[in-house]
Design a protein around this ligand. Structure first.
Ligand code: HPA
Ligand code: ZN
Length: 360
């Protein structure tokens, strides 16, 4: 296979064979907001089903509204669209639509965020949300063989007391939750605001994660690690601005769930060539690639892979590393992680690229 050497990066130098290999390889998606997988056609179908009127004339008008200036301008639209989700069937259909799309991109396991406060605040009870999502996940596993987990995210623009109320609602069915996370507007809402809430979540025996250094400073990563004791950082792309934070992430093997198209659409970087993913990898950080909110940011996992490959022309070993990182960082039993990695190895060997020969 051509392109197995050092990363090139020259315009037009992309090896289509490497892109095909990366798109077809088995992988885990670890940063996906289920509300962010609500495509315009499903949003309008659910609006009709629930007799809700959306503030856009049609799907094209909604799509045209997805011209974001920053994280907050995206969140305003994202929360407005979530209004169409009302019944367990709505959440089931949304989940199944995402899992079908993910399976087509080679995703074999997904750890999926949901924002219960977005729904309970507008009168949709927590069990309605959970029942629908879990039904979609069960159907996805049966129909597609994709396994999935659910990470309950607290909205950081709300108070810690409101977070505790959301946690209380989840306590009756804790076995259906695989972890806790922190999302929404980062500026002015540092991880430390939720220290006591996350202490409680950890005491319940669940892994915790947090969005940090997407728009906020690298110090938010340090806070998330020291005060919330997170196992992964979501985004974390601004870590490169602080060499001590970068070195710590590498030393401690903390995974970053990087979302390249999201970062472009929210103007964290002006263009893909300015993305910090190569710098994170070069520093030895366990980075993964994810789609974040695919219905809003222009694509699912393989769309992210294609955009990254066009900008950086990574060799096969980098794609192997990214997929391997996704499995190593998954909240799954060791035996399952080893099975996934064995399947990944086999996929590369079948394509003529032996992972044993990749430099470590
Ligand atoms: N950042 C913060 N909150 C979010 C995001 C994101 O990228 N997507 C959905 N909620
Ligand atoms: Zn996110």
């Amino acid at each position: 296979m051509a392109g197995t050497g050092a990363a090139g990066g020259g315009l037009g130098a992309v090896d289509d064979g490497v892109t095909a290999l990366a798109c077809s390889m088995p992988k885990a998606e670890l940063h996906l907001h289920i509300e962010g997988a609500l495509e315009p056609d499903l949003a309008f179908a659910l609006a009709r089903r629930n007799r809700i009127s959306l503030p856009w004339a049609d799907e094209a008008a909604l799509t045209a509204a997805k011209d974001f200036q920053d994280l907050q301008s995206f969140l305003d639209l994202y929360y407005a669209c979530a209004a169409v989700l009302r019944t367990p069937e709505d959440f089931r259909d949304l989940m199944l639509a995402y899992l079908r799309r993910a399976a087509a991109d080679g995703v074999v396991h997904a750890e999926i965020f949901f924002d219960p406060q977005t729904h309970t605040e507008r009168g949709v009870a927590y069990p309605v949300v959970l029942e629908g999502l879990r039904e979609g996940m069960a159907l996805g596993e049966r129909e597609l063989g994709v396994t999935s987990g659910l990470i309950l995210c607290f909205l950081r623009h709300l108070t810690e007391a409101q977070g505790f109320l959301a946690l209380d609602a989840a306590l009756g069915s804790l076995d259906l939750i695989d972890g806790f996370g922190l999302d929404s507007g980062e500026r002015g809402n540092p991880p430390g605001k939720f220290q006591r809430l996350f202490e409680r979540c950890r005491a319940l025996g669940k892994p915790v994660v947090a969005h940090a250094a997407e728009e906020g400073p690298p110090s938010y990563i340090t806070e998330a690690l020291d005060l919330l004791k997170v196992r992964r950082i979501d985004h974390g792309v601004r870590a490169v601005e602080d060499p001590a934070v970068l070195a710590r992430l590498a030393r401690e093997g903390i995974a970053l769930t990087v979302c390249p198209l999201s970062n472009l659409r929210l103007r964290v970087f002006p263009h893909m060539a300015a993305h910090t993913l190569p710098g994170l990898l070069a520093a030895g950080v366990r980075a993964t690639i994810n789609s974040d909110d695919p219905a809003y940011f222009g694509g699912y996992l393989n769309d992210n892979i294609r955009a990254v490959q066009r900008a950086f022309d990574f060799p096969p070993r980098t794609w192997y590393q990214l997929a391997r990182n996704s499995f190593e960082a998954a909240f799954a039993p060791e035996a399952r992680r080893l099975q996934w990695i064995a399947a990944l190895d086999a996929h590369f060997r079948a394509a003529g690229a032996d992972p044993q020969g990749f430099p470590r």
